[in-house]
Design a protein around this ligand. Structure first.
Ligand code: DQA
Length: 143
């Protein structure tokens, strides 16, 4: 059976390319998404990508992953640092989730160094640019 993964981009990640390019790079989300899909398919994975700026929509998509996904890569954006609701959703669904960040959250403002979702994720990858996502996809393929 083909493994299916879900990639979730949280708030403001739709603005990649124009948002703080010195921090997040100059490429847009379409480039990132195409690269993720290429890498997933070369690893034999089916991949769906979801972006939302709304906490509840992210929670709803995590819940529906119960029926359609074997693993999740999530960049929860700023929700990473304070959304107990997203943390509880990840914990509830019992599907391996990998937390990713484009920037090095430990090298920026102090509030970014705390992730409330990290304890319920399988692992976290931060600071490697778009490669944070690619490495997470590879890790799910190997699980
Ligand atoms: C981010 C880091 C967060 O602190 C920030 O709020 C984001 C993006 C990253 O990918 O580096 O929106 O998750």
């Amino acid at each position: 059976m083909v493994k299916k993964i879900l990639v979730i981009h949280g708030p403001n990640l739709n603005l990649l390319g124009e948002r703080e390019p010195n921090v997040y790079g100059e490429s847009g989300i379409e480039v990132l998404n195409n690269n993720i899909i290429d890498r997933a398919s070369s690893l034999g994975l089916e991949c769906e990508i979801f972006q939302s700026n709304h906490e509840g929509a992210i929670i709803d998509r995590l819940h529906s992953a119960r029926g359609d996904s074997d693993g999740v890569v999530i960049n929860a954006g700023a929700y990473t640092h304070y959304s107990y609701a997203i943390r509880d959703a990840i914990s509830a669904i019992k599907i391996p989730c990998i937390e990713v960040h484009i920037s090095n959250v430990d090298a920026r403002e102090a509030f970014r160094a705390n992730s409330v979702i990290a304890p319920v994720c399988r692992g976290s990858i931060s600071g490697l640019g778009f490669a944070s996502y690619y490495l997470a996809v590879q890790a799910l393929a190997e699980m």
